[in-house]
Design a protein around this ligand. Sequence first.
Ligand code: ZN
Length: 242
Amino acid sequence: MTALRETVATACRVLAREGLVSGILGHVSARTDDDELLIRCRGPQERGLRRSDPDEVWRVSTDARPVDLPDGFALPKEVHIHTALMRRRPEVGAVVHAHPPAALLYGLAGERVRPVIGAYNIPALRLALGGVPVYPRSVLISRPELGEELAEAMGSRDVCVMRGHGIAVTGETVEQAVVRAINLDVLLDLTVKLVALGVTPDAVPPTDLAELPDLGSAFNDQLVWRSLVAEVEAEDRVGLVS
Ligand SMILES: [Zn+2]
């Protein structure tokens, strides 16, 4: 469990470095068994997601009750995003909740993703082909019923835009959920920029789609994850983040 705590904290640092979360908003969780998960909490030494530490990652039951939370620490108010998805979907091993600016613009613009990029980012293309559901309410997911409502809107998809708020992303592993969240951000950012430019490119034709390999493997996610962690650690080493 120590290693998984470390991974959850590292995921928060990666998401902050990549601009998907800023300040103290956003969280990552990882399932430990059928009834429990680990989640990034807020503690007395809170310094923001970029400076997340394994000592800020604590156990919570899938019905959102703290298991071992020390005095001075608090579960995220939106823990229900994580617990609802994990209760409903046994295949989900990790959840990312972030507030990327592109997701905010995307939801407010009422746009829909389209499969217009190819080899530039194949996982983002696959997300576009599958569609990105939008949870239409802008509320804080602070109650179990709201978590259920979000999970319902998300259905069986691994990604969801929460209008006026952010994103929820699932994965079998923390690494997969983080890499998927970053690819979703690429897709949403591209979509809102195309709208701003006033252009509507043609979709990638089926003949080109047929040429693109499926990079959605756990192996590929691990490669990307390792490069993201290396960037964070390099910054930390030279003291850009203390
Ligand atoms: Zn939020």
